[in-house]
Write a protein that binds this ligand. Structure first.
Ligand SMILES: [Zn+2]
Length: 291
């Protein structure tokens, strides 16, 4: 690993290399081996904030480390480095699908939180991410879009949050290997560029059921998932999805604790002595309608 440091910051060089190595271990755990292992692994200090130049990322975060899990962490270094996988190895064919590069790279940033600070800290980070979604435009605005139109803020946060939703729907045993496959299988990497439909087909195939309705709602529209809740009896609630043509696992907090239940448009009856809470940990970007 090489780090090209400004002379006056030389004393920070070793420190940054240590963080860089740790960052590499985390990215490799989730996305496979560093993509340019036969060429170079480097970063260079720059006056601008950062950029994902292949084999030599630009670093300009001025060593402003944050504490994650009680350890120093450099979000900018981790993010630009993540682009060695998401951008430089897995590349969207058109700007329209830029969320694949930015959204999954930001999800990789959340994986660093998970590794360094644990699952609860990761959940909290994704909840903050959900609150920051602007939702003025869809993440994918067509099949061919110019860069100015494509660079809408939600390709980062909403793209990352969509990965979080997929993780919840598919479960870790299927989701993580599938995500790694996207970053390692020849048909999605290096000379082979990808579009959103490729990602959807890969994840649907691994899940064993079509995830197309979920991709459609969250990436091609700015509608939220609508979950309707109606009290039908003293201790009974009818919970159903309004705008989703597939069954989804929803965590529902009842008097007995949290249950993971499959919900669809027909709805299910949930018994609880206390008012129920829908998706308390926030795996879905959603609107709950109480009747
Ligand atoms: Zn980025």
């Amino acid at each position: 690993m090489e780090y090209y440091v400004m002379e006056e910051n030389e004393f920070m060089g070793e420190k940054l290399l240590g963080l860089y190595e740790e960052s590499c271990r985390i990215q490799e755990k989730y996305f496979g081996e560093y993509p340019w292992v036969k060429e170079r692994i480097a970063a260079s200090e720059t006056p601008h904030l950062g950029m994902e130049h292949q084999t030599n990322i630009a670093y300009g975060n001025k060593y402003k480390f944050t504490q994650v899990g009680g350890k120093d962490f450099d979000w900018l270094l981790h993010h630009e480095f993540g682009h060695e996988w998401w951008a430089n190895k897995v590349t969207n064919r058109d700007w329209a699908h830029m969320w694949i590069q930015e959204g999954i790279c930001v999800f990789g940033d959340a994986m660093a939180t998970r590794e360094l600070a644990g699952e609860a800290a990761y959940l909290k980070k994704m909840q903050q991410t959900a609150r920051a979604i602007k939702n003025g435009l869809p993440v994918v605005q067509g099949e061919e879009v110019d860069s100015d139109s494509a660079y809408y803020g939600d390709i980062y946060g909403k793209g990352a949050f969509f990965m979080h939703t997929l993780r919840h729907v598919m479960g870790d045993e299927i989701f993580f290997p599938t995500l790694k496959k996207l970053a390692t299988a020849p048909q999605y990497t290096y000379d082979n560029t990808v579009v959103t439909a490729d990602v959807e087909k890969l994840f649907s195939g691994a899940y064993g059921k079509s995830l197309q309705p979920l991709f459609q709602l969250y990436l091609y529209t700015n509608n939220k998932l609508e979950i309707h809740v109606k009290q039908t009896d003293e201790n009974k609630y009818l919970v159903k999805l309004l705008n989703m043509e597939m069954q989804l696992p929803i965590n529902i907090l009842t008097g007995e604790g949290t249950q993971r239940l499959m919900v669809d448009k027909k709805g299910i009856i949930v018994s609880s002595k206390t008012p129920i809470q829908i998706d308390p940990d926030v795996f879905y970007f959603k609107k709950v309608i109480l009747e």
